[in-house]
Write a protein that binds this ligand. Structure first.
Ligand SMILES: Cc1cc2nc3c(=O)[nH]c(=O)nc-3n(C[C@H](O)[C@H](O)[C@H](O)COP(=O)(O)OP(=O)(O)OC[C@H]3O[C@@H](n4cnc5c(N)ncnc54)[C@H](O)[C@@H]3O)c2cc1C
Length: 301
């Protein structure tokens, strides 16, 4: 999608939003898959309502991208312009046990920054790549820790009202890889409440989680983490592994040899290859186990 109207581009520039034409999103996603589109980089949260108003009025479809580590984008010319929050130099401010973080911040760096201030609890999330906003969207979690329980307030652009609002943590439902935010809400900043813990102790927890990840996941290959959510009481990876599908591929899209719920781009996989692999594996699991696997990766369609 191209923003061809010069008047619209001028109005967007006036909001302080950076316009980047013809961006390849294969280079902006951890799967290395995705076509091209114009990118709008949002520098000030306050500009978002007006930006979306302008785009909607001009009939320009748009999608929001965080760190790009949990998405599968289509190939070719994308039918949306892509919005993203610009990273800030100082993205976290600590006051006592309270941490105010911009949603563009890197989640892992936030965990480390808090650790250095003797604030822990989020050690399990250390190796979850992507932004704080992306983690909020899906209630990211690992090794028994999820971000949801630490959330006290979220500043969010609400699509339903067209305004920026502040929600209390208790007003948000955080479940396994699911939250009650509306699909087109955009999270802008969050206040987390973290327990005090000595840095050395947190570091020890971080090291253990890093080691677990390194020994079980294909971290040197392009992936979006787990492709499927685990079904209640089960493990998608175990089922796929039991069927002998590790290494199975469609084009350059492969089931990882290391972790059967990680599908990797082993070269030049297209979105069509990855979707075909997802569909094939889901069908085999359905036949063998009678279980319908739900995607954890967000497929833009
Ligand atoms: C190697 C690897 C390991 C991983 N391990 C884990 C793991 O252990 N646990 C886990 O939960 N996940 C894991 N993931 C998946 C991914 O890292 C997380 O889901 C992460 O939280 C996604 O954040 P992101 O910023 O990259 O989101 P993106 O991929 O950019 O976006 C994902 C979705 O969230 C939406 N979104 C992003 N930011 C915002 C925002 N600010 N407001 C509104 N919507 C937004 C996007 O529109 C999109 O629909 C892993 C991924 C990789 C590549």
């Amino acid at each position: 999608m191209r923003l061809n109207d010069p008047k619209l581009r001028a109005a967007i520039a006036e909001l302080g939003v950076e316009y980047q034409p013809d961006v390849s999103f294969a280079g902006k996603t951890s799967l290395g898959i995705g076509g091209t589109s114009d990118l709008l980089l949002i520098r000030k949260h306050a500009s978002l309502p007006e930006l979306i108003h302008l785009l909607d009025n001009a009939g320009v479809p748009h999608r929001f991208l965080g760190g790009g580590t949990n998405v599968l984008l289509p190939d070719g010319d994308l039918p949306w312009v892509v919005l993203q929050l610009a990273r800030h130099k100082e993205d976290a401010v600590i006051e006592g046990n309270s941490v105010h973080v911009d949603c563009s911040a890197d989640l892992g760096r936030t965990v480390t920054y808090c650790a250095k201030h003797d604030l822990g609890g989020m050690e399990g999330l250390i190796g979850v790549p992507g932004s704080v906003g992306g983690a909020l969207r899906m209630n990211a979690g690992a090794y028994g820790t999820q971000i949801g329980p630490f959330v006290r307030e979220v500043e969010v652009y609400r699509a339903a009202t067209g305004r920026i609002e502040t929600l209390r943590g208790s007003e948000i439902n955080f479940e396994y890889r699911h939250t009650s935010f509306a699909p087109d809400d955009i999270m802008l900043a969050v206040r987390l409440e973290l327990p005090s813990k000595p840095y050395r102790e947190i570091l020890q927890g971080i090291r253990i989680c890093n080691e677990k990840r390194r020994s079980s996941q294909p971290l040197n290959q392009k992936s979006a983490g787990c492709i499927f959510k685990n079904p209640p009481g089960g493990s998608a990876g175990r089922m796929i592994d039991e069927m002998g599908l590790k290494g199975y591929g469609v084009g350059d899209a492969r089931v990882s040899d290391r972790h059967a719920n990680f599908f990797v781009n082993a070269g030049h996989a297209s979105a069509a290859d990855m979707l075909a692999l997802i569909s094939y594996v889901r069908g085999r699991v359905r036949e063998m186990y009678g279980v319908e696997l739900e995607e954890e990766v967000i497929v833009w369609k």
